[in-house]
Design a binder for this molecule. Structure first.
Ligand SMILES: *Cc1c(COP(=O)(O)O)cnc(C)c1O
Length: 223
């Protein structure tokens, strides 16, 4: 088995029940994805529409493509035919755009609301308050071709474990509030996407259901 394959097997043994691995393959060649696939990995995370489009043509049809990067509305049409889950909905406008493009091709697309809780201005997302406001506005119920399945977030890039934990706790808390509120009775609202190579253990302790791991599976990315 290859080094990448061994990593997939290692995570498969390490992640608790109810936590799924998104193998973040952005900037890595299809050969690397194939090694992961051969070791059993089916969920791959990509952050650029162009790249996911090329790779999905070269990989087997049972791969589930998760889009985790910042998504521009002018790229949505290209993405919706083959994406399984969009993690990065950060505005009502984007959500409506995904709904429109999904309706156009007669499908329903699963999405997550991206929360901004980190101390970095560079990160995208809705604050928890904006997220509650969007949910309470009724805008989500009107959209028949998107299904909001949970939330996604990133912690600040820091060594301060307590700070990371606080941010993950806020993401999980926001999810719980939404689930008991507007999403009560929506059995598909189940996903909390948080945790990357450096902080996934903390994320799992704080209630992650999807960890997005790139570097520690595929190695460093060359941009
Ligand atoms: C690139 C990326 C990851 C993977 O990060 P690693 O540190 O390489 O594990 C996870 N989530 C998002 C949103 C990313 O853009």
């Amino acid at each position: 088995m290859t080094e990448i394959g061994e990593k997939i097997v290692k995570y498969g043994g390490e992640l608790p029940q109810g936590v799924r691995l998104v193998a973040v393959s952005k900037f890595h060649p299809v050969e690397a994805l194939r090694e992961a696939y051969d070791a059993g990995q089916r969920i791959f995370g990509e952050s650029r529409v162009q790249e996911i489009e090329v790779k999905h043509r070269e990989m087997p049809a049972d791969v589930q493509w998760h889009f985790i990067g910042h998504l521009q509305t002018n790229k949505v049409r290209q993405l919706v035919p083959y994406v399984t889950l969009i993690h990065s909905i950060d505005s009502q406008r984007l959500l409506e755009c995904v709904d429109r493009e999904a309706r156009r091709i007669g499908r329903t697309v699963d999405v997550l609301l991206q929360l901004h809780v980190a101390q970095e201005a560079t990160k995208f997302g809705l604050t928890p308050e904006e997220c509650f406001a969007l949910a309470e506005s009724g805008a989500i119920e009107r959209l028949a071709n998107v299904r909001v399945c949970g939330v996604m977030g990133m912690a600040t890039n820091t060594d301060d474990e307590a700070a990371i934990r606080r941010e993950f706790r806020l993401i999980r808390h926001t999810f719980d509030e939404l689930r008991q509120g507007i999403f009560a009775g929506k059995p598909w609202f189940t996903e909390v996407s948080m945790g990357m190579s450096d902080d996934y253990r903390i994320a799992i302790e704080e209630g992650s259901t999807l960890v997005r791991i790139g570097t520690s599976i595929f190695g460093a990315r060359s941009y």
